[in-house]
Design a binder for this molecule. Sequence first.
Ligand code: BMA
Length: 873
Amino acid sequence: MYTALINNNVIQDPYYRDNDLKYRWIGRDDWTYSRVFNVSSEMMKMTNVKLVSKGLDTFATVMINGHLVGETDNMFLQYVMDIKPYIKEGENSIRVLFTSAVNQAESLASNHSYLIPPACPVPQYKGECHVNMIRKEQCSFSWDWGPSFPTQGIWRDIYIESFNTSTIRYFTAETRKEADGSWAIDAEVHLDVPYGESVPGSIEVQLDVTGVGIKQNITLTHENNKLKQRMTINKNADIREWWPNGYGDQNLYKLYAFFTSVDGRSMSAKKITIGFKTVELVQDYVSGDPNQGRSFYFKINGVPVFLKGSNWIPADSFQERITKDRLQNLLQSARDVHMNSMRVWGGGVYESDEFYDLADELGILIWQDLMFGCAMYPTNPQFLSSVKEEITQQVRRLKSHASLLLWSGNNENEKALRQSWYNTDVNFTVYYNDYVTLYHDTIQPVVQTEDTTHPFIMSSPSNGVQSLQEGFVAKQPWSELYGDIHDYRYLDPFFDSSVYRVPRLASEYGLQSLPSYETLAKVYAEDDLDFWSDMSEHRQHHPLGNVQLMTEVILYLNLPNAPDRKQRFKDTIYVTQIDQAVAIKTETEHYRRWQNRLDNTGRGNTMGAMYWQLNDIWQAPTWSSIEYGGKWKMLHYYAQHFFSPMLISPYEEDGEAKVYICMDEIKIHTERHAHTHQIQFIPTRHHRAGFLFIPQSQAHSPHPGAQVSGTLYVSLYSWDNLTPLHTWTQPFQMNLTSQLVFSANINTMLQQASCIRRQNCFLYYHLGNPQNGPTAWQTLSIFQSAIGLQKAKIQVTNIVTVKKDQVYNITVSTSAIAPFVWLDTPGVQGRFSDNGFLMVHSVRYLQYFAWELVDLKTLDLAITVKSLMDIYY
Ligand code: BMA
């Protein structure tokens, strides 16, 4: 109803300033939608006429021509209502009367015999209470990165459907690899057959590959309304596997289902897109000692995949504004920085079909949370039956997607219960029983009956099978030895990898930053554009968030001191983005380095790094790497490097500079007609710079990588000179996906290079050509104490069109070493090939990719550039 009010000029942009507070009344009021529609005589002749609502948010009464046809209370359900008795040929009316979700939640809470906590969000969220009592997007009542807009309305398609005796309601498929290497499809066709009907007919399922299909005669009744059929596929058929981004192609196939009744009165068809892949969640003991815990990693088509990804939140408070273009831009941005996975977080919504279609096409594995997050939930019969229906429908809708990786029962509720975040310890048993009733007794059986190919975990974070063994709520669901972890540290030296934990898989970790000035200026008034303004405080929902942000800055950098207030705000935004980028880079690389190592307590074999959070719901300080509107923060550019298939990862330990190389881009060639497929490495763009590739040996467990040899160049620079003081070379040979290739005492290196002290120098690494191969750099002190940095004069010296109005080559030059070179194009939408980088050469060649057509002159005028020393006056 907010967008309806915007479109009718009743309200302003709800995102503007503190309009979220001014418009509180909207969510507390009731809203009714009505219209007239026509019914044709053909439709009237059909035996069944139904109103199908793919999404009503949330408490609605549906009236047709003044008759009640149905009531709803779950935003995530599809409702099918019989309207035949109430319609007539010609003009009809429909009214959908919504009641306030805020009021409903309130009254459900007050009628419940005990408190289901948390009652309300913390005051900083400026939100509404008791959202856990209702089946609605949990963050629509506010979150620590988002406003409270408790929407009401018709948020997905609504239409009238007519048929005679039956129609296909759900069509799903599971792909399965047989022992002999051939594929099979388990197809399921569910039909809607009214009581009392008995419909003889046939169901046909057909793959868009010649010769793969089945036809089955069946007599349908209300009780016997589905066909479940295995289709085996001849080994010679042209079937190619679906792979996540970086591991091979995203081969997709169309699967069709047709129903035809013998009397010809009913015909129905549905199409889905599927991919051939297998998923295995491996949870084996990591050593002979069971106290050292279990692994937690995924094999896709038998290949262990290190999950490189992030967390997805709803892309807007108003779901109807999320267009396919916006989804495409966000998911393409994820793919462009080498992500192979994404977690659809449990406090939002089960995303749209378009979202999962894009994930299929782009090779993004989806870790699908069920929509329960950061709360306890009720277990009264009405709630449970609604949940059961919700999970059934959503699993049927999503399970056939090639991109689906995993079902996960909830976000952080196991950990919250164990640590009594919401004071549940006052009556632990009650809340524990509710937990087990909901996730173990109700949800798990539904997921596992409806989908036999994708793994299910009860919570994230959890200890996986160990949580189950410990009664579904582990003693330490945050353990490094089992399952996944969520880990946040706001006051640690984020640039030092020794502060981070060594888990099996990190599915959440993050740090905040501010979005760009350009993005904030759209919703801030002139006077708000200051880090310490009331508006900046208003939009910071994370308690003490802004103070933490400043504390983090002074751990690493000097504060910007521009005399001009606006400039200082711009520079402050820039430093928060630097911190966030450096922190998440440090932590992610730390996880990648632990891929093939175990320490003597059993920690290690880390197989996933999914930072919090990819996208934003509005313009505010948050953990996102992409701003509301799509603009990349510095972190997103950094992700391109720290998720690179070929990573040079330096860090310091015990006075030594240590360098790992991590590799995981494996190109798979499937021999089309062979019984087994062969895995080979082929050179990719990074690898042309003088690498020798040797066929992989599968012998190295658990995560075999390439055998690659090459040379690492290690240069020591002083901050005041573009020519390195000294360069060492280190030949290496990789046998694993992640391996230590260089280690040297820093003091010795400083001596050899004749650098006076750490503060004056830094290390720079590359393999082959530093303009297009992987590079890395490592400071030897924090920037506050760095000596010798000059105010670099950086210029864009040349812009050349590559593709008219869309792609440009850009040359940047510098007069001195420049950290965190930041190019921006205020007013023009697009991205650079790289940004936020350290400039160690006098020239750097980049590309600009425009997201809307822009001519050369406009782009040239728009480009701004700055680097670290520019913020000090
Ligand atoms: C985790 C998430 C979110 C939250 C984020 C940042 O707890 O699951 O609930 O937004 O951390 O605080």
